[in-house]
Unconditional design. Structure first.
Length: 113
């Protein structure tokens, strides 16, 4: 490899490290569960990119299986989170509709007794 390739890989490594720090910070301080799950998805993407960078640097193809496995993990986790959020939205909507005051059409006070 040429010197330019090593420099570009070094820059890519530093950028991946910074992206990983940002993702870990969002996981630790995220205001909502959705922010944390998006940061976890970003962490998986950063790990995939880092393994790809290592594969290019070491000039070996044995890490391709790891890349495929991590890609499948990232996809399934993103689908699971999106389904969880969709189910939560539907259940909140159903709860709000079932607790409306039938005379005024407005939501009740929340007192179920």
């Amino acid at each position: 490899m040429t010197t330019a390739a090593y420099v570009l890989m070094g820059i890519a490594g530093v950028l991946l490290f910074v992206a990983g720090l940002i993702a870990v910070s969002r996981i630790a301080h995220g205001p909502s569960q959705l922010d944390r799950s998006a940061a976890t998805d970003l962490t998986v993407a950063v790990v995939i990119a880092a393994v790809g960078l290592w594969t290019a640097y070491s000039d070996q193809s044995t890490e391709i299986n790891i890349l495929l496995l991590l890609s499948m993990l990232g996809f399934t986790s993103a689908v699971a989170v999106s389904r969880m959020v969709a189910d939560r939205v539907v259940s909140r909507r159903n709860f709000a509709q079932s607790h409306r005051d039938p005379e005024s059409g407005e939501a009740g006070t929340g007192d179920l007794s």
